[in-house]
Design a protein around this ligand. Structure first.
Ligand code: GLU
Length: 549
């Protein structure tokens, strides 16, 4: 009995060979230097910011080189609910317009290198595993969970490295006859890789981000096929898939670095060329005085849904990630303000190798800038879209008189130095609610009076101003001159310099008088241009609000 008999006993129905698959998945027809990348998420029902950031790198590498990037769903852990999780992956990529060149969704396949769900590639994996068994580089292991626990305890108690390796790999020594007999008897088994490595020996390998690494050889006989569903483990599946799908660059989180020696040994056992690896640094944040990784458990911003729910424009999130993907991105962007982010040449060597700071304040700033450059129509459309999903009441209000809403959104916009007050669509309502009577009337008002807060003074200012001065048709200069006249007439000062030097010598300044008008109509002490606000509200509504005061 030989390895071939063992392989046939385990996979009696597998008749194809690796060579057959190599014909089915021929080299890709791309120009020299074109990169092939893949985003390979496991459908967990949660889309981590770190995953999206890797997808963005996949996209950039492909885009920069006229290559392509595909989506492979790593669903070999079938205990999970897949459908909704896959929807989430698709919806996220679509929302950001990071569209894979090849993928499979709702039964629709785009690309010739599928299936793009690992669970549909079982026969392929079995063919490759069968080959390893035939050449004596994989074997069935019948150890029970109890035996493995015992092994681990034994190793831990002696402070030995844990794992199934060397003299602990006891199923490796079973004679083939016994192995075949056990299989015929229906005993449960996993398939393990038979390592030829020596943990005490080091080897060098290159990572695109980290540079040359010196790692210990793998010596573990790790599991490559599980017993219950006969599906491969990640270690095995990605090697086979990246080989057949002709991936040139594997972009993945640095948490995989420790298992890289396993993967490299597998590639070597098959005699396949290894792809280049781009191990991305962890996303980190400041937490008080320390720095830690952004965590799914502690940080809402770890989830991609956070950004959509709050209404960050897709481009803002992408730009914020680009600044941490490459240290020279911001400089490039400043020099090329009109270029699209994906015209930038991404270089893995210019990635921080120790951790990438993702900072929400920075995202907000980037986003405020981006939104400030939008026209009122763009802002309205995005706001309309977002409120349709997240705030139907507000959506109805802004759509009642679209021109009025756009005029509000246009205050200090479409000009050279636009106002930067919105970082996300969620910021809009709290900033402009008072411009809509429906909202003004149902809000419990709290007036932010300033220095002038005595009701008689307030009344005097408001009555005098609206009876004797205010005219909706005034231009801005006339409007302001009238406010100044009013100020002087009521015994306040327009001499801001003198006022600032000795505020106690005055009842108040022109700024305080304006504040009274501002607060009376909006309740807020800080608003955009008061002149514009008054004009938009109109005299009737202003008087109604004044009466309310
Ligand atoms: N399925 C793996 C994960 O979600 C992917 C790692 C890789 O990209 O190879 O972590």
């Amino acid at each position: 009995m030989n390895y071939k008999d063992l392989a046939d006993a385990i996979f009696p129905n597998i008749t194809k060979t690796i060579a057959d698959y190599e014909k089915e998945y021929p080299a890709r027809n791309l120009k020299e230097g074109a990169k092939v990348t893949r985003f390979a998420p496991s459908p967990t029902g949660y889309m981590h910011l770190g995953g999206f950031y890797q997808a963005l790198i996949d996209y950039m590498l492909a885009k920069n080189s006229d290559g392509l990037f595909y989506l492979r769903i790593e669903d070999t852990d079938t205990k999970r609910e897949v459908k909704e999780a896959v929807d989430l992956i698709y919806d996220t990529l679509n929302h950001y317009n990071i569209i894979p060149n090849e993928s499979e969704y709702n039964g629709e396949i785009k690309g010739n290198y599928g299936p793009y769900f690992q669970s549909e590639r079982k026969e392929i994996y079995h063919t490759f595993i069968k080959h390893l068994i035939e050449i004596g580089r994989a074997y069935p292991c019948f150890c029970t969970k109890e035996e493995l626990d015992e092994l681990r305890n034994h190793q831990e108690a002696r402070k030995f490295r844990t794992g199934y390796y060397g003299r602990y790999a006891k199923c490796r020594l079973l004679p083939i006859e016994n192995q075949i007999e056990k299989i015929k008897n229906g005993e449960e088994f996993v398939i393990r890789f038979k390592s030829e490595g020596n943990f005490d020996l080091k080897f060098k390998t290159d990572d695109q981000v980290k540079g040359t690494l010196e790692l210990s050889q793998n010596d573990e006989d790790f599991v490559i096929m599980k017993s219950d569903d006969k599906l491969p483990t990640y270690h095995f599946a990605h090697v086979v898939d990246d080989y057949l799908m002709h991936t040139t660059h594997v972009v993945r989180g640095e948490e995989w670095l420790s298992s890289l020696p396993k993967h490299l040994e597998l590639f070597k056992a098959f005699g396949f060329k290894t792809p280049k690896y781009v191990h991305t640094p962890l996303l980190i944040k400041k937490d008080g005085n320390s720095v830690r990784k952004i965590s799914k458990r502690k940080d809402p911003e770890a989830s991609m849904t956070y950004y959509k729910d709050d209404g960050y424009p897709a481009l803002s999130v992408i730009e914020a990630l680009m600044t941490i993907i490459n240290s020279n991105y911001e400089e490039w962007h400043t020099a090329n303000p009109d270029k699209r982010f994906d015209e930038f040449e991404y270089n893995p060597k210019k990635m921080s190798s120790s951790g990438a700071f993702f900072d929400l304040d920075k995202l907000d700033n980037i986003s405020k800038n981006i939104i400030s450059k939008m026209t009122k129509d763009e802002v309205f459309n995005y706001l309309d879209e977002w409120t349709k999903e997240y705030d139907l009441e507000f959506n109805a209000i802004i759509n009642k008189d679209v021109n009025y809403t756009k005029a509000i959104l246009n205050i200090e916009r479409e000009q050279k130095k636009p106002r930067k007050d919105f970082g996300k669509w969620k910021d809009v309502k709290p900033a402009i609610w008072y411009m809509f009577n429906e909202l003004f009337d149902k809000t419990e008002l709290s007036y932010e009076w300033g220095k002038i807060n005595n009701i008689d003074d307030i009344k005097e200012i408001l009555n005098t101003y609206f009876n004797d001065y205010y005219d909706v048709n005034d231009d801005k200069d006339t409007w302001f001159n009238k406010v100044k006249e009013l100020t002087e007439r009521l015994g306040y000062t327009t001499d801001m310099k003198a006022y600032k030097e000795n505020p106690d010598n005055f009842k108040g300044s022109v700024a305080d008088v304006s504040t009274v008008i501002r607060v009376a109509v909006t309740t807020k002490s800080m608003t955009p241009d008061l002149y514009e606000i008054l004009k938009l509200l109109g005299k009737e509504e202003i008087l109604r609000r004044i009466n309310r005061v």
